[in-house]
Ligand binder design. Structure first.
Ligand code: GLU
Length: 470
């Protein structure tokens, strides 16, 4: 009996065991070869493993992809660019940062993906993000390949002048490698409207060309309405689609949100608009808990605090008596119906996921890229929680970036309502694709991880097959 229990516990460890057992050897062999080349890149290996576990069984059953070595080609970036970024700080001292652009896959369109400015940035993190971006962009239905870039530069604590100097130096080199039909970067952590503006100005000055080279631009110079809101709104639209499969909606439900940056802010805005209750938000130093729900006025305070004053979320708790601050903690222990992790990769671990399941959470929808660890993801899938990976549920941001590119090409602007309608339509279509490829036989549970990986893979794989060995 004891042995049986131990065996059962071991067997159940991975949700994918049922599917995987048959193809375990192929998955292990594939991952071994990836480790040999990328052993020192843990985040990249994590992202590849998650895809391999669901896509390899599909490839084995569709041998044309196996013969063409599509997955083997997809894990190798088409190009990795790394460069020096020297700049002068306000004291006149020389500072040196590292710049990167990973051009991962251009089978279905120009490389597309954000730039991240954060001290943690390295090749592993950017390769994981670029790899995820290939699948995410494919899911949007728009013609965009995958890429990602950034720098270990930390905009926190820097003056506007220093940020401008850095952005100009960064773009001076990056401008040689990008173009409206080649590679179109955008924002990510640490890169918002201010940074995009400085980089756009420098590109235009160097190339003497006004072109849609970046997305997330200001509305006065080619930006799209709804682009700032798109990732956060999209996460909530996706969660709505998931909830509808169980006859539910965000309305009247309580929501735990992590993060307080662009994604978290607009996810919170949409939850409030739909009649839900936002209980928490956070930053890297701790989280705030408003047990009665964050009000619209309080959200405006947070937006001003984070976007203009660039302060700490603790200051929000200091300003309101009914808000508690928990230093050094993430908000996962707070009881809620819906959880939206919107901060950063690997912020929610296996023990957190167990707590979330114990609290009877209905849905977990990722706003950040890979915020749940593999252990956490398996806990959600095993317990049949509605769970969506970032590459599906946070695709709204890059989707509206794609719409910004379309508007730039047409030299025309759609209204707020038009862009929002298209965004809603795209999130619905991503959800449908996930259901098509992720619905389990028998119980009807939708595995959105499997669904998004396979749906994202097929479009890129077919394009690669058509284009030959390139
Ligand atoms: N950085 C965002 C993402 O993770 C947006 C990328 C873009 O708009 O190109 O998808």
């Amino acid at each position: 009996m004891v042995y049986l229990t131990i065996f059962a516990a071991f067997f159940n460890k991975s949700h994918y065991n049922k599917v995987n057992k048959k193809y375990e050897a192929q998955i292990n062999e594939f991952m071994e070869s990836i480790k040999v080349r990328n052993g020192h890149q843990p985040e990249f290996l994590q992202a590849v493993k998650e895809v391999a576990e669901t896509v390899i069984p599909y490839v084995e059953e569709n041998p044309k992809y196996k013969k063409a070595k599509i997955l083997e080609r997809m894990v190798e970036p088409e190009r990795v660019i790394m460069f020096r970024v020297p700049w002068l700080d306000d004291k006149g001292e020389i500072q040196i940062n590292r710049g990167f652009r990973i051009e991962m896959n251009s089978a279905i369109g120009p490389y597309k993906g954000g730039l991240r400015f954060h001290p943690s940035v390295n090749q592993s993190i950017l390769k994981f993000l670029a790899f995820e971006q290939v699948f995410k962009n494919s899911l949007t239905t728009l013609p965009m390949g995958g890429g990602k870039g950034g720098s270990d530069f930390d905009p926190k604590g820097k003056s506007d002048n220093e940020v401008m100097k850095f952005c100009q130096s960064f773009m001076t080199e990056l401008s040689r490698h990008i173009g409206p039909n080649t590679d179109v970067p955008a924002g990510d952590i640490g890169v918002g409207g201010r940074e995009i503006g400085y980089m756009f100005g420098q590109y235009k000055r160097i190339q003497n060309e006004f072109t849609g080279i970046l997305t997330g631009k200001g509305i006065q110079y080619g930006g799209s309405l709804i682009r700032p809101e798109a990732t956060g709104y999209g996460v909530v639209y996706f969660a709505e689609n998931m909830l509808h499969t169980r006859g539910l909606s965000v309305f009247k439900h309580s929501v735990v949100i992590s993060g307080s940056g662009n994604v978290a802010q607009f996810a919170a805005e949409k939850v409030l608009e739909l009649g839900g209750k936002v209980l928490t938000m956070s930053d890297s130093k701790g989280f705030v808990h408003a047990s009665k729900g964050i009000t619209r006025e309080q959200l405006d305070f947070i937006m001003e605090l984070k976007n203009v004053r660039r302060g700490r979320i603790s200051e929000f708790a200091e300003a309101y008596d009914d808000v508690e601050y928990h230093a050094g903690k993430a908000p996962w222990a707070i009881n809620s119906d819906i959880v939206l992790p919107c901060a950063t990769q690997n912020e929610l671990g296996e023990a957190d996921a167990q707590l979330i399941v114990k609290n009877k959470v209905i849905a977990v929808s990722e706003g950040a890229n890979m915020p749940c660890t593999p252990g956490a993801m398996n806990v959600f899938l095993k317990n049949k929680i509605l769970y969506s990976p970032g590459k599906a549920s946070n695709a709204g941001g890059v989707a509206v970036s794609g719409l910004e590119m379309s508007q730039n090409s047409m030299r025309y602007n759609w209204t707020r309502e038009e862009v929002d309608e298209k965004l809603k339509g795209i999130m619905k279509s991503i959800h449908e694709d996930c259901v098509t490829h992720g619905k389990e036989n028998g119980n009807g549970y939708v595995d959105y991880v499997k669904g998004s990986n396979i749906a994202g893979f097929i479009k890129v794989a077919d394009a690669m097959m058509a284009q030959g060995v390139v």
